[in-house]
Write a protein that binds this ligand. Structure first.
Ligand SMILES: O=C[C@H](O)COP(=O)(O)O
Length: 258
C-alpha cells in the first residue's frame, strides 16, 4: 500500500444535472452532514454555467469545484467553447477530460483528449483523465490493451513534473449509470495495470504519486470495498454525487481508507 505517497480524491460529476438554485440548496444540505475532518480531497464537477455559484457555495465546505469539459485552444473564434484560462479564472481546480460520454456523443478522440490535458496543465489545473473499455471490448479480452493505449495517448508529451497533477479515472463504460459496478477485483486489476503503464513511462517514483480513481456506479454500499484496493485512490461519482447523504457516505468511506 503506497497511499501515503498520493492523495485520495473523491470527485462528483454532476453531468447535465442541477440548476444554479439546486446547487445552492445542495450545498446547504451538505453543510448539515459533512464530516468535520476530511482526509481525502473532495471536489464536485458542475455544469459550466454553475461554476461561479458552486465556487461560492462550496467554499466553506472545503470542496473544490471542477469543470466537466474544456476546449484546448487558448482563445478565438470557437463559438460556444470555454478555454482553460477562463475556467481557471473562475476558481476551477480540476477538469474532467475525455469522459466516455464526451467520446461517445461529442466525437472526442484520443488526440483531442491529449490536447485538452496539455491545455489544463498549462493553465495550472489538474486534469481528471477518463479511460475505460466498452462491454464488447471487455468480452473480447482487450481491456488491458485498450486502456493502456488511452492512457499513453492522453499523456503523450506530458513531462513527469506535470504528471503529478494528473488524475486518471478508470471508468468501464458498461458500469456507468447502469447500476452494474465492476467487482473490486476487476476494478483493482485495471487500476494496477494503469499504474504499471505509468511506471513503464515515467518510473516507479512518479507512478507511486499519481492518483487513480474508479468510476462507474460507485455508491455508499460498494465504495469501501473498491477504495480498499491498493491502486484505487478515490472515485469519480455520477448518480450518487447528486444526493448529499450518499455523497457524504462515500466521503466517509474514503476517510477510513485514506
Ligand atoms: O463520471 C462519473 C461516471 O460516469 C460514473 O457515473 P455513475 O456513478 O452515475 O455510474
Amino acid at each position: 500500500m503506497n497511499r501515503r505517497y498520493r492523495k485520495t480524491v473523491i470527485a462528483g460529476n454532476w453531468k447535465m444535472n442541477m440548476t444554479a438554485t439546486e446547487t445552492k440548496k445542495f450545498a446547504e444540505e451538505l453543510k448539515k452532514i459533512m464530516p468535520r475532518a476530511k482526509w481525502c480531497d473532495t471536489l464536485i464537477c458542475v455544469p459550466a454555467c454553475n461554476i461561479s455559484v458552486a465556487v461560492k457555495a462550496f467554499k466553506d465546505l472545503r470542496i473544490s469545484v471542477g469543470a466537466e469539459n474544456v476546449y484546448f485552444e487558448e482563445k478565438g473564434a470557437y463559438t460556444g467553447e470555454i478555454s482553460a484560462s477562463m475556467l481557471k479564472d473562475l476558481g476551477v481546480k480540476y477538469v474532467i477530460v475525455g469522459h466516455s460520454e464526451r467520446r461517445q456523443y461529442f466525437c472526442e478522440t484520443d488526440a483531442s483528449v491529449n490536447k485538452k490535458v496539455h491545455a489544463v496543465l498549462e493553465a495550472g489545473m489538474s486534469p481528471i483523465i477518463c479511460v475505460g473499455e466498452s462491454l464488447e471490448q471487455r468480452e473480447s479480452g482487450i481491456t488491458g490493451e485498450w486502456v493502456t493505449l488511452q492512457v499513453k495517448s492522453a499523456l503523450h508529451g506530458v513531462p513527469a513534473e506535470k504528471l503529478r497533477r494528473c488524475i486518471i479515472a478508470y471508468e468501464p463504460i458498461w458500469a456507468i449509470g447502469t447500476g452494474k459496478t465492476a467487482t473490486s477485483e476487476q476494478a483493482g486489476e485495471v487500476c494496477s495495470s494503469i499504474r504499471a503503464t505509468i511506471r513503464a513511462l515515467y518510473g516507479a517514483r512518479v507512478a507511486r504519486s499519481v492518483t487513480i480513481q474508479y468510476g462507474g456506479s460507485m455508491n455508499p454500499k460498494n465504495a469501501a470495498e473498491l477504495l480498499a484496493q491498493p491502486d484505487i485512490d478515490g472515485g469519480l461519482i455520477g448518480g450518487a454525487s447528486l444526493k448529499p447523504d450518499q455523497f457524504v457516505e462515500i466521503i466517509n468511506a474514503a476517510n477510513q481508507e485514506a
